[in-house]
Ligand binder design. Structure first.
Ligand code: PGA
Length: 258
């Protein structure tokens, strides 16, 4: 069965001291026994990773992620971070193709595909983000858009490699806007993504692929989203910056509820 996952994407937020306090709060307050088979992932800024890795050391079920990586192994790429560097400090996941990377930094589906391969080669699990913009939703093009993003970013992979990919559906109009996709809207796209995976690989692979929802997930709406049959957890931005809110979202996973 697929792994339920809640991942916190801190984006470009927190000083080192604030990030350390946030990580320490999560690590000390998280009741790991409640997680069952679920995983919790933290994606702090690059500058905080080493310190957060120390705080998370030896905590089962807690994983570290980069928010991005470069496709090359090493070289003259000023300001960039390679997948192997993330791996070397203990990260096990990396977020790739986030809409902010696509919209603000010109990332393309082909570029995301290269990064996905680089991450897998370093034994990192990529969390590959797809999602339509507001004008695409208004033109009812969301299905075509996410299908194309998924195909181009991931479907060149072998089945063995694809098994290690996590998908995240993040409608761009819902990110940081306070506007969440309704559980039905999200479920519709998640089901479509899973069907596309089944068609490209197999039903078994699709059944085992974790598909997260992201976009204004909060403690008040997490349960109804996570109750959808094809939503396996969340990629959380704003609400991951407060220990209490982030943990409430983790505990909204069906496996972690009391
Ligand atoms: P948000 O961000 O929860 O602040 O909407 C989600 C994301 O961008 O991953």
């Amino acid at each position: 069965m697929r792994t339920p996952i809640v991942a916190g994407n801190w984006k470009m937020n927190t000083s080192l001291a604030e990030g350390v306090a946030l990580a320490q709060g999560i690590v000390s307050e998280l009741n790991i026994a409640r997680l069952g088979k679920a995983d919790v992932v933290l994606a702090p800024p690059f500058t905080h990773l080493y310190r957060v890795a120390e705080i998370m050391a030896n905590k089962p079920k807690l994983h570290l992620a980069g928010q991005n990586c470069h496709a090359a192994e090493s070289g003259a790429f000023t300001g960039e971070v390679a997948a192997g560097m993330l791996r070397s400090l203990g990260a096990s996941y990396v977020i790739l193709g986030h809409s902010e990377r696509r919209q603000l930094f010109g990332e393309t589906d082909a570029g995301v595909a290269e990064k996905v391969e680089a991450a897998l080669a370093q034994n990192l699990r990529p969390i590959v983000c797809v999602g339509e913009k507001l004008e695409e939703r208004e033109a009812d093009e969301q299905e075509i858009v996410v299908q194309k993003q998924l195909t181009q970013a991931c479907f060149g992979l072998s089945e063995d490699d694809f098994r290690r990919v996590v998908l995240a559906y993040e409608p761009v109009w819902a990110i940081g806007t306070g506007k969440t996709a309704s559980p039905e809207q999200a479920q519709e796209i998640h089901a479509l993504l899973r069907k596309a995976v089944a068609k490209r690989y197999s039903d078994a692979v699709a059944e085992n692929t974790s598909i997260l929802y992201g976009g204004s997930v909060k403690p008040s709406n997490a349960e109804e989203l996570f109750d959808q049959p094809d939503i396996d957890g969340g990629l959380i931005g704003g609400a991951s910056l407060k220990v209490e809110d982030f943990l409430a979202i983790v505990y909204a996973l069906p496996v972690a509820r009391r």
